[in-house]
Design a protein around this ligand. Structure first.
Ligand SMILES: Nc1ncnc2c1ncn2[C@@H]1O[C@H](COP(=O)(O)OP(=O)(O)OP(=O)(O)O)[C@@H](O)[C@H]1O
Ligand SMILES: [Mg+2]
Length: 245
C-alpha cells in the first residue's frame, strides 16, 4: 500500500514528514454502537508535545488507544512514519507497539510483584536481546534520569503516587520508543507530584526531542506541551499553540 504522500510538497525525506497522521478515523464500540470517534483527522510532527483536551467521554482515551495500536479503528487510517498501522495484522501490531510506543497510564499499571528495576527492565526483556548486565546498566541510567535510582529495589506499594508514575515513565521510555502516549498521567496525582511528572515529560521533549501525545483535563497540564487539540463528541473541534511553545 502506498502512503508516501508528503504535506510539504517537497521530497519524501522522512524527517519532513509527520510522525503520525490520522485520516478520518472512526471508532464505534460494540453492541450499543457508541460513536466514540466520528472522523478524526490530524497530524503530529516528530519532536512535538501535543496535549489532548476535552470533556469526559469525548474520545481522548479511545484516540490514544488507537494511536498506540491497542485497539482497531472502525474506519479511517492511522499512518505512523511510513506505515499504515490500521492495515497490519494483529501480530505485527503487537510488534509495532512493543518497538515504537511507550504508554503512560493514569493508574501507573506497574506490576506489583516486581521491583522498580524489574518493572522498568521488562520491555527490554520482551523486545531486545540484551543480556542481564546490559539491561541493568540501561535501567539504572533511566532510573537516574527520572530521579528514582535510589528506589531500584523497592516494590510499587512502597512508593508514592508520583514516584510510581516516574517509574512508569522510565518503563515507557526504556526501549527508546518513537512516541510516548500518556493518558491523564497526572490525573491521579496531587499537584506537587503532578508538576514533577509534567516537568519531566517537558524535559524529555525539549532535551531529547521525544514526541509526546498526552490527554489531560487540566489546562495547566496541557500548557506543558507545544500544541493543544480540543476534542468534543468524538471530533477535534479546534487547536491552539501553548503559551510558551
Ligand atoms: N469498551 C467500550 N465499549 C463501549 N463504549 C466505550 C468503550 N470505551 C469507551 N466507550 C465509549 O466511548 C466514548 C469515549 O470514551 P473515552 O474513554 O475515549 O473518553 P475520554 O475522553 O477518555 O473520557 P475521560 O476523560 O472520562 O477519560 C464514551 O462515550 C464511552 O462510553
Ligand atoms: Mg479517558
Amino acid at each position: 500500500m502506498q502512503h508516501s504522500g508528503n504535506l510539504n510538497g517537497g521530497t519524501d525525506d522522512a524527517s519532513t514528514q509527520p510522525l503520525l497522521r490520522l485520516e478520518s478515523v472512526v471508532k464505534t464500540y460494540g453492541e450499543h454502537q457508541v460513536n466514540a470517534l466520528c472522523g478524526v483527522s490530524t497530524s503530529v510532527a516528530r519532536g512535538e508535545f501535543v496535549s489532548l483536551m476535552g470533556a469526559s467521554g469525548c474520545g481522548k482515551s479511545t484516540l490514544l488507544n488507537l494511536i498506540a495500536g491497542l485497539d482497531f479503528v472502525s474506519s479511517g487510517k492511522i499512518i505512523f512514519g511510513a506505515d499504515d498501522i490500521t492495515s497490519i495484522a494483529d501480530e505485527a501490531l503487537t510488534k509495532f507497539r512493543g518497538k515504537k510506543i511507550g504508554f503512560i497510564f493514569q493508574f501507573f499499571n506497574l506490576l506489583s510483584t516486581l521491583t522498580v528495576e524489574e518493572n522498568v527492565s521488562l520491555p527490554l526483556e520482551l523486545t531486545t536481546k540484551l543480556n542481564t548486565g546490559e539491561r541493568r546498566k540501561k535501567v539504572m541510567a533511566m532510573l537516574e534520569r527520572v530521579g528514582m535510582q535510589d528506589r531500584a529495589h523497592f516494590y510499587p506499594a512502597q512508593l508514592s503516587g508520583g514516584q510510581m508514575q516516574r517509574v512508569a515513565i522510565a518503563r515507557a521510555l526504556i526501549h527508546e520508543p518513537e512516541l510516548i502516549v500518556a493518558d491523564e498521567p497526572t490525573g491521579n496525582l496531587d499537584s506537587e507530584n503532578g508538576l514533577k511528572v509534567l516537568t519531566l515529560l517537558q524535559e524529555l521533549n525539549r532535551n531529547l526531542g521525544q514526541t509526546i501525545i498526552m490527554a489531560t483535563h487540566s489546562e495547566e497540564a496541557a500548557q506543558f506541551g507545544n500544541r493543544i487539540l480540543q476534542m468534543k463528541d468524538g471530533q477535534i473541534v479546534s487547536e491552539r499553540l501553548c503559551r510558551l511553545s
